[in-house]
Design a protein around this ligand. Sequence first.
Ligand SMILES: Cc1cc2nc3c(=O)[nH]c(=O)nc-3n(C[C@H](O)[C@H](O)[C@H](O)COP(=O)(O)OP(=O)(O)OC[C@H]3O[C@@H](n4cnc5c(N)ncnc54)[C@H](O)[C@@H]3O)c2cc1C
Length: 311
Amino acid sequence: MSSKPKIIILGAGMSGIACALSLYKDFDVQIYEKSRGIGGRLCAKRLPQGLFHFGAQFCTAHTMAFQNFLRDSDAINFLGSSFDVNTGSIIETKDCFVARDGMHSLLKKYNEVLNIHYNHKAIDIDEKRKLISFDSGQKVSYDIIISSLPLPQTREIFQTEINHDATFSPCLAVGMSIDGNPYYEHNAYKNINKDAAWLGSSSFYNSKNKETWVLQFSPKTSLAMMNDSDSRIQVSAEISVRNIFNGNYEITYSGIFRWKYALCNRSNLKSKFTSITDDSFAIGDWNISPRVESAYISGVALGEYLTGTKL
Ligand SMILES: Cc1cc2nc3c(=O)[nH]c(=O)nc-3n(C[C@H](O)[C@H](O)[C@H](O)COP(=O)(O)OP(=O)(O)OC[C@H]3O[C@@H](n4cnc5c(N)ncnc54)[C@H](O)[C@@H]3O)c2cc1C
């Protein structure tokens, strides 16, 4: 048994992993993740049709610390360029990074360093007895608990009320392959019409793979269509794609991802993490802004706070 204080982190997305990396040398850190893999909203799937990014397709890095983290993870730095259909202009974004094998692969190597328990969904936290209950019926004790779940999901498992200004919008993401001879000029399009907010090609992240596309509906349309059948969603996706691509081509669909909690607002609060009680905390992008870098900064900020204060 470790004599170090036991820190449980819920969630193995960017913020949970960044936090764990700042803490694991000083504490007994255990991560519990509900799904069967690392990454959270950095979700990429390799399907027979190719590699699909159903979550973030790339990220920006403005701080040296995050740039170094990405370089350590073999991310590729590029100048992002997308075409805004609404304004007819090309938008260039500096310091973009992609991962060759899917954004989740930025975190994969930490499977070997960190103690991650997959397929464990936390359903309740007994703050008085310091016990977490999982959907399997298992209960685990902790000295410190850190939730890296989106705020609405964090609120569901804690009894203490959490005051925060974060709200989340949903996102329907549709993965597609395009066969035939489509004609298009750019590899990413923004503000396509009132329904579709983004259409991005996999050529961003690996030009050697077969090209795949992901269309993201706007928050309003995503909310309205969240419970629609796959075929209705595909019809809407096709209308948006045909707004952009000319030529003779067929669209084949590879998957629809229904994110209930996709993008948060930019927080007006100053703290990079949330203190729930003396020994429970929450991290995640929503403490700062809807970006992978914010998730990283939030996790590291709490790690530094806890190692600085040492129990
Ligand atoms: C469609 C989409 C497009 C995006 N595009 C971009 C972009 O272009 N650029 C950019 O910078 N950012 C983008 N983002 C945002 C970016 O993905 C997030 O900011 C970042 O990944 C959030 O990381 P996180 O650690 O805060 O949360 P998450 O990645 O959500 O991590 C939370 C983890 O907790 C797990 N979990 C949930 N409930 C439980 C439970 N009860 N018990 C245990 N585990 C649980 C989840 O499975 C997940 O792994 C996009 C997001 C989406 C969805």
